[in-house]
Design a binder for this molecule. Structure first.
Ligand code: AHR
Length: 341
Protein backbone atom coordinates (compact mmCIF):
# COMPACT_ATOMS: atom_id res chain seq x y z
CA UNK A 1 0.00 0.00 0.00
CA UNK A 2 2.84 2.41 0.78
CA UNK A 3 5.64 3.60 -1.45
CA UNK A 4 9.27 3.02 -0.39
CA UNK A 5 10.50 5.93 1.72
CA UNK A 6 12.34 8.66 -0.12
CA UNK A 7 15.32 10.28 1.56
CA UNK A 8 16.24 12.84 -1.06
CA UNK A 9 15.42 15.83 1.14
CA UNK A 10 17.40 14.60 4.09
CA UNK A 11 20.28 13.51 1.89
CA UNK A 12 20.69 17.05 0.47
CA UNK A 13 20.71 18.49 4.00
CA UNK A 14 23.15 15.91 5.23
CA UNK A 15 25.52 16.37 2.32
CA UNK A 16 25.76 20.10 3.05
CA UNK A 17 26.39 19.43 6.74
CA UNK A 18 29.07 16.86 5.94
CA UNK A 19 30.81 19.12 3.42
CA UNK A 20 30.90 21.96 5.92
CA UNK A 21 32.19 19.63 8.61
CA UNK A 22 34.98 18.44 6.31
CA UNK A 23 36.02 21.97 5.51
CA UNK A 24 35.97 23.16 9.09
CA UNK A 25 37.04 20.25 11.21
CA UNK A 26 38.95 17.86 8.97
CA UNK A 27 38.49 14.18 8.29
CA UNK A 28 38.27 12.68 11.84
CA UNK A 29 35.11 14.59 12.75
CA UNK A 30 33.76 13.95 9.26
CA UNK A 31 33.88 10.22 9.92
CA UNK A 32 31.99 10.65 13.21
CA UNK A 33 29.26 12.68 11.56
CA UNK A 34 28.98 10.24 8.70
CA UNK A 35 28.43 7.34 11.08
CA UNK A 36 25.92 9.25 13.16
CA UNK A 37 23.93 10.52 10.19
CA UNK A 38 23.86 7.10 8.62
CA UNK A 39 21.91 5.84 11.62
CA UNK A 40 19.54 8.81 11.64
CA UNK A 41 18.89 8.54 7.93
CA UNK A 42 17.92 4.89 8.26
CA UNK A 43 15.25 5.63 10.82
CA UNK A 44 13.66 8.93 9.96
CA UNK A 45 10.12 9.19 8.69
CA UNK A 46 9.37 12.33 6.69
CA UNK A 47 6.02 13.92 7.57
CA UNK A 48 4.50 16.95 5.84
CA UNK A 49 1.98 18.76 8.01
CA UNK A 50 -0.37 21.41 6.65
CA UNK A 51 -1.87 23.30 9.58
CA UNK A 52 -4.85 25.47 8.62
CA UNK A 53 -3.81 28.58 10.54
CA UNK A 54 -3.24 30.10 13.96
CA UNK A 55 -6.64 31.64 14.65
CA UNK A 56 -7.07 30.49 18.24
CA UNK A 57 -5.37 29.39 21.45
CA UNK A 58 -6.62 25.89 20.67
CA UNK A 59 -4.92 25.95 17.26
CA UNK A 60 -1.61 27.07 18.77
CA UNK A 61 -1.82 24.15 21.22
CA UNK A 62 -2.63 21.76 18.37
CA UNK A 63 0.42 22.99 16.41
CA UNK A 64 2.64 22.60 19.48
CA UNK A 65 1.36 19.07 20.01
CA UNK A 66 2.35 18.15 16.43
CA UNK A 67 5.74 19.87 16.62
CA UNK A 68 6.59 18.28 19.96
CA UNK A 69 5.63 14.85 18.64
CA UNK A 70 7.29 14.67 15.24
CA UNK A 71 10.80 15.43 16.46
CA UNK A 72 14.16 14.16 15.28
CA UNK A 73 14.55 12.38 18.63
CA UNK A 74 11.35 10.48 17.89
CA UNK A 75 12.72 9.52 14.48
CA UNK A 76 10.87 12.07 12.34
CA UNK A 77 11.70 14.80 9.89
CA UNK A 78 8.83 17.31 10.04
CA UNK A 79 7.99 19.72 7.23
CA UNK A 80 5.42 22.12 8.69
CA UNK A 81 3.30 24.67 6.84
CA UNK A 82 0.82 27.20 8.22
CA UNK A 83 -1.90 27.93 5.63
CA UNK A 84 -3.17 31.10 7.32
CA UNK A 85 -6.85 30.08 6.93
CA UNK A 86 -6.63 29.73 3.15
CA UNK A 87 -7.60 26.53 1.40
CA UNK A 88 -5.46 27.51 -1.60
CA UNK A 89 -2.40 27.62 0.69
CA UNK A 90 -3.22 24.15 1.99
CA UNK A 91 -3.55 22.83 -1.56
CA UNK A 92 -0.15 24.34 -2.41
CA UNK A 93 1.45 22.86 0.71
CA UNK A 94 0.06 19.39 0.03
CA UNK A 95 1.28 19.50 -3.58
CA UNK A 96 4.71 20.56 -2.38
CA UNK A 97 4.75 17.61 0.08
CA UNK A 98 3.87 15.31 -2.82
CA UNK A 99 6.69 16.66 -4.97
CA UNK A 100 9.10 16.28 -2.04
CA UNK A 101 7.94 12.66 -1.79
CA UNK A 102 7.29 12.76 1.95
CA UNK A 103 6.33 9.50 3.66
CA UNK A 104 3.08 10.80 5.19
CA UNK A 105 0.88 13.86 4.75
CA UNK A 106 -1.05 15.11 7.76
CA UNK A 107 -3.44 18.01 7.35
CA UNK A 108 -6.17 19.84 9.16
CA UNK A 109 -8.68 20.88 6.45
CA UNK A 110 -9.91 24.44 6.89
CA UNK A 111 -13.26 23.47 5.29
CA UNK A 112 -14.69 20.08 4.39
CA UNK A 113 -15.14 20.42 0.62
CA UNK A 114 -12.80 20.84 -2.35
CA UNK A 115 -10.13 18.22 -1.63
CA UNK A 116 -10.81 15.41 -4.13
CA UNK A 117 -8.24 16.37 -6.78
CA UNK A 118 -5.30 16.93 -4.46
CA UNK A 119 -6.09 13.81 -2.44
CA UNK A 120 -6.23 11.81 -5.65
CA UNK A 121 -2.77 13.17 -6.54
CA UNK A 122 -1.43 12.04 -3.14
CA UNK A 123 -3.00 8.63 -3.62
CA UNK A 124 -1.46 8.24 -7.07
CA UNK A 125 1.93 9.18 -5.59
CA UNK A 126 1.41 6.44 -2.99
CA UNK A 127 1.53 8.86 -0.04
CA UNK A 128 -0.87 8.06 2.80
CA UNK A 129 -2.89 11.05 4.00
CA UNK A 130 -4.00 11.40 7.62
CA UNK A 131 -6.59 14.01 8.56
CA UNK A 132 -6.07 15.88 11.80
CA UNK A 133 -8.76 17.70 13.82
CA UNK A 134 -11.27 18.21 11.00
CA UNK A 135 -12.74 15.99 8.32
CA UNK A 136 -13.17 16.16 4.54
CA UNK A 137 -16.35 15.61 2.56
CA UNK A 138 -15.30 13.25 -0.24
CA UNK A 139 -17.20 10.48 -1.97
CA UNK A 140 -14.21 8.14 -2.15
CA UNK A 141 -13.07 7.53 1.42
CA UNK A 142 -9.99 5.66 0.23
CA UNK A 143 -8.50 9.09 -0.53
CA UNK A 144 -7.38 9.33 3.08
CA UNK A 145 -6.24 6.68 5.51
CA UNK A 146 -7.80 7.89 8.73
CA UNK A 147 -8.96 10.94 10.65
CA UNK A 148 -7.85 11.81 14.18
CA UNK A 149 -10.02 14.42 15.86
CA UNK A 150 -13.10 15.36 17.86
CA UNK A 151 -16.70 14.27 17.63
CA UNK A 152 -17.98 17.78 16.91
CA UNK A 153 -21.61 16.80 16.69
CA UNK A 154 -21.40 15.20 20.09
CA UNK A 155 -19.79 18.38 21.42
CA UNK A 156 -22.78 20.39 20.15
CA UNK A 157 -25.17 17.92 21.77
CA UNK A 158 -23.28 18.18 25.07
CA UNK A 159 -23.87 21.95 25.04
CA UNK A 160 -27.58 21.38 24.34
CA UNK A 161 -27.89 18.77 27.07
CA UNK A 162 -26.17 21.05 29.59
CA UNK A 163 -28.68 23.81 28.79
CA UNK A 164 -31.62 21.40 29.13
CA UNK A 165 -30.43 20.37 32.62
CA UNK A 166 -29.65 23.92 33.69
CA UNK A 167 -33.10 25.21 32.76
CA UNK A 168 -34.73 22.34 34.66
CA UNK A 169 -32.56 23.02 37.72
CA UNK A 170 -33.52 26.70 37.64
CA UNK A 171 -37.17 25.69 37.31
CA UNK A 172 -37.58 27.64 34.04
CA UNK A 173 -37.58 24.81 31.53
CA UNK A 174 -40.95 25.80 30.07
CA UNK A 175 -40.21 29.53 29.77
CA UNK A 176 -39.08 31.14 26.50
CA UNK A 177 -35.29 31.14 26.09
CA UNK A 178 -33.61 33.47 23.60
CA UNK A 179 -30.40 32.10 22.14
CA UNK A 180 -27.74 33.55 19.84
CA UNK A 181 -24.96 31.47 18.32
CA UNK A 182 -21.47 32.58 17.31
CA UNK A 183 -20.23 30.03 14.82
CA UNK A 184 -16.71 29.16 13.68
CA UNK A 185 -15.35 29.10 10.11
CA UNK A 186 -18.25 28.35 7.80
CA UNK A 187 -18.02 24.91 6.21
CA UNK A 188 -15.46 23.62 8.73
CA UNK A 189 -16.16 20.32 10.49
CA UNK A 190 -16.18 21.99 13.89
CA UNK A 191 -18.79 24.55 12.77
CA UNK A 192 -20.94 21.99 10.95
CA UNK A 193 -20.83 19.44 13.78
CA UNK A 194 -21.37 21.81 16.69
CA UNK A 195 -24.23 23.59 14.90
CA UNK A 196 -25.93 20.28 14.03
CA UNK A 197 -25.48 18.77 17.49
CA UNK A 198 -26.89 21.78 19.30
CA UNK A 199 -29.72 22.19 16.76
CA UNK A 200 -30.77 18.55 17.28
CA UNK A 201 -31.28 19.17 21.00
CA UNK A 202 -32.88 22.60 20.43
CA UNK A 203 -35.39 21.04 18.01
CA UNK A 204 -36.92 19.16 20.93
CA UNK A 205 -37.76 22.44 22.74
CA UNK A 206 -40.37 24.67 21.16
CA UNK A 207 -39.58 27.38 23.74
CA UNK A 208 -35.89 27.67 22.66
CA UNK A 209 -35.77 30.60 20.22
CA UNK A 210 -32.61 30.68 18.18
CA UNK A 211 -32.61 34.38 17.34
CA UNK A 212 -29.59 34.28 15.06
CA UNK A 213 -26.55 32.19 14.20
CA UNK A 214 -23.62 34.13 12.72
CA UNK A 215 -20.04 33.32 11.74
CA UNK A 216 -17.28 34.94 13.82
CA UNK A 217 -14.44 32.90 12.32
CA UNK A 218 -13.13 31.42 15.58
CA UNK A 219 -11.39 34.71 16.51
CA UNK A 220 -11.76 36.99 19.49
CA UNK A 221 -11.97 40.18 17.42
CA UNK A 222 -14.76 38.82 15.26
CA UNK A 223 -16.49 37.36 18.32
CA UNK A 224 -16.69 40.81 19.87
CA UNK A 225 -17.84 42.43 16.64
CA UNK A 226 -20.63 39.91 16.00
CA UNK A 227 -21.74 39.95 19.63
CA UNK A 228 -22.06 43.75 19.48
CA UNK A 229 -24.39 43.36 16.50
CA UNK A 230 -26.45 40.75 18.36
CA UNK A 231 -26.75 43.01 21.41
CA UNK A 232 -27.93 45.92 19.27
CA UNK A 233 -30.44 43.73 17.43
CA UNK A 234 -31.84 41.70 20.34
CA UNK A 235 -32.42 43.38 23.71
CA UNK A 236 -33.37 40.17 25.52
CA UNK A 237 -30.70 37.55 24.91
CA UNK A 238 -30.65 34.80 27.56
CA UNK A 239 -28.00 32.45 26.18
CA UNK A 240 -24.87 32.78 24.05
CA UNK A 241 -23.51 29.63 22.43
CA UNK A 242 -20.02 30.34 21.14
CA UNK A 243 -18.18 27.77 19.01
CA UNK A 244 -14.80 28.47 20.62
CA UNK A 245 -13.19 30.19 23.61
CA UNK A 246 -11.54 32.93 21.57
CA UNK A 247 -14.89 34.15 20.24
CA UNK A 248 -16.26 33.79 23.78
CA UNK A 249 -13.58 36.13 25.16
CA UNK A 250 -14.59 38.77 22.61
CA UNK A 251 -18.30 38.21 23.18
CA UNK A 252 -17.94 38.58 26.96
CA UNK A 253 -16.13 41.88 26.50
CA UNK A 254 -18.95 43.14 24.29
CA UNK A 255 -21.62 42.04 26.78
CA UNK A 256 -19.83 43.65 29.72
CA UNK A 257 -19.37 46.89 27.77
CA UNK A 258 -23.12 46.89 27.10
CA UNK A 259 -23.72 46.94 30.84
CA UNK A 260 -25.09 43.40 31.07
CA UNK A 261 -23.69 40.61 33.21
CA UNK A 262 -22.64 37.09 32.25
CA UNK A 263 -22.28 33.63 33.71
CA UNK A 264 -23.51 32.06 36.91
CA UNK A 265 -26.16 34.39 38.34
CA UNK A 266 -25.74 36.85 35.43
CA UNK A 267 -28.15 38.13 32.77
CA UNK A 268 -26.70 36.00 29.96
CA UNK A 269 -25.57 32.37 30.14
CA UNK A 270 -22.33 31.57 28.30
CA UNK A 271 -21.79 28.18 26.66
CA UNK A 272 -18.35 27.81 25.11
CA UNK A 273 -16.14 25.19 23.40
CA UNK A 274 -12.43 24.27 23.67
CA UNK A 275 -11.59 24.66 27.40
CA UNK A 276 -8.26 26.47 27.09
CA UNK A 277 -6.77 27.55 30.43
CA UNK A 278 -7.96 31.19 30.26
CA UNK A 279 -11.50 29.95 29.70
CA UNK A 280 -11.30 27.37 32.49
CA UNK A 281 -10.29 30.19 34.83
CA UNK A 282 -13.46 32.00 33.74
CA UNK A 283 -15.46 28.84 34.41
CA UNK A 284 -13.95 28.71 37.91
CA UNK A 285 -14.89 32.38 38.40
CA UNK A 286 -18.45 31.75 37.20
CA UNK A 287 -18.03 33.95 34.10
CA UNK A 288 -18.49 31.09 31.64
CA UNK A 289 -21.27 28.65 32.61
CA UNK A 290 -20.03 25.63 30.73
CA UNK A 291 -17.07 24.81 28.53
CA UNK A 292 -17.25 21.79 26.25
CA UNK A 293 -13.74 20.49 25.88
CA UNK A 294 -12.10 20.07 22.47
CA UNK A 295 -8.78 18.28 22.85
CA UNK A 296 -5.90 19.74 20.78
CA UNK A 297 -3.31 17.21 21.98
CA UNK A 298 -3.56 15.04 18.92
CA UNK A 299 0.16 14.44 18.30
CA UNK A 300 0.33 11.27 20.36
CA UNK A 301 -2.72 9.82 18.57
CA UNK A 302 -1.14 10.59 15.18
CA UNK A 303 2.09 8.98 16.29
CA UNK A 304 0.25 5.80 17.23
CA UNK A 305 -1.51 5.72 13.87
CA UNK A 306 1.80 6.06 11.99
CA UNK A 307 3.34 3.33 14.17
CA UNK A 308 0.49 1.05 13.16
CA UNK A 309 0.84 1.92 9.48
CA UNK A 310 4.59 1.33 9.63
CA UNK A 311 3.85 -2.09 11.12
CA UNK A 312 1.37 -2.75 8.27
CA UNK A 313 -1.48 -2.95 10.77
CA UNK A 314 -5.05 -2.10 9.86
CA UNK A 315 -6.23 1.32 11.12
CA UNK A 316 -9.77 2.55 11.81
CA UNK A 317 -11.28 5.24 9.61
CA UNK A 318 -11.82 7.56 12.60
CA UNK A 319 -10.11 8.02 15.97
CA UNK A 320 -11.84 10.29 18.48
CA UNK A 321 -9.76 12.11 21.09
CA UNK A 322 -10.92 12.12 24.72
CA UNK A 323 -12.94 15.14 25.83
CA UNK A 324 -14.79 16.37 28.92
CA UNK A 325 -17.31 19.05 29.96
CA UNK A 326 -16.36 21.69 32.53
CA UNK A 327 -18.55 23.72 34.87
CA UNK A 328 -17.86 25.49 38.15
CA UNK A 329 -18.61 22.16 39.87
CA UNK A 330 -15.77 20.14 38.37
CA UNK A 331 -13.12 22.63 37.29
CA UNK A 332 -10.18 22.32 39.69
CA UNK A 333 -6.99 24.28 40.42
CA UNK A 334 -5.00 21.18 39.49
CA UNK A 335 -6.69 20.93 36.12
CA UNK A 336 -5.98 24.58 35.34
CA UNK A 337 -2.33 24.31 36.39
CA UNK A 338 -1.84 21.22 34.24
CA UNK A 339 -3.23 22.92 31.14
CA UNK A 340 -0.33 23.89 28.92
CA UNK A 341 -2.52 25.97 26.64
O1 AHR B 1 -11.55 22.55 14.71
C1 AHR B 1 -11.33 22.85 16.06
C2 AHR B 1 -11.63 24.29 16.30
O2 AHR B 1 -10.76 25.07 15.51
C3 AHR B 1 -11.43 24.78 17.71
O3 AHR B 1 -12.58 24.74 18.47
C4 AHR B 1 -11.12 26.21 17.45
O4 AHR B 1 -10.65 26.93 18.55
C5 AHR B 1 -10.20 26.09 16.32
O5 AHR B 1 -9.74 27.17 15.76
Amino acid sequence: MFRKRSYSLIVIGLLSVMTMALLIYGSRLFTDIEEETHITQENRIVVGVSQLGSESGWRTANTESVQETFTQQNGYFLIFNNARQKQENQLKAIRSFISQRVDYIIFSPVVETGWETVLQEAKEAGIPVILMDRNVDVEDESLYVTCVGSDFEKEGEKAGHWLERELVERGISSQAVNIVILTGTEGSSSQIGRSAGFAAVAARHANWNILEEKCAEFTSTKGKEVMKTFLRRYPDIDVVVSHNDDMTFGAIEAIKESGRTVGVGGDIMILSFDAVRGALEMVADGVINVDIECNPNQGEYLLRVIDMLEADEQVEKKYYVEEDVFTIENVTQELMQDRTY
